[in-house]
Unconditional design. Structure first.
Length: 124
């Protein structure tokens, strides 16, 4: 088969022959993390966003990556600090106060579960 035959065969394929007919949709009020989970679970790269019966947009993997990058502060220049801290009331305040007292500016603060219930971690 040569390139001309491939081009010809592709020109004969119609969208209706390859499209999904069971379309998974979300609403504009769907939480971002839920949209991301649907896309991961279903192995799809985009979801139509509906307002009632009207299509109001499409959310893609790139949209989600951009938002998570913004949330993690990855789009801003600076230093990323990862800490593991004891889980007690006020530990977050102590860490953020220490950083600002040293002249640091916090652009993102994301908490994750620690190794056990007695601690937690953060990316700052």
């Amino acid at each position: 088969m040569n390139i001309w035959e491939i081009s010809y065969l592709l020109s004969q394929v119609k969208v209706k022959d390859v499209m999904s007919q069971q379309v998974i949709m979300i609403t504009e009020d769907t939480p971002l993390e839920e949209a991301a989970k649907i896309m991961l679970d279903r192995k799809i790269g985009g979801l139509p966003v509906m307002r009632g019966a009207k299509l109001v947009g499409i959310i893609t993997e790139s949209d989600i990556f951009r938002t998570f990058s913004e949330m993690l502060g990855a789009l801003e220049p600076g230093i990323r600090l990862t800490v593991l801290a004891p889980n007690f009331k006020g530990s977050l305040a102590q860490i953020s106060t220490a950083i600002t007292q040293q002249g640091g500016s916090i652009t993102a603060f994301n908490i994750f579960q620690g190794e056990d219930p007695s601690n937690w971690g953060a990316h700052i």
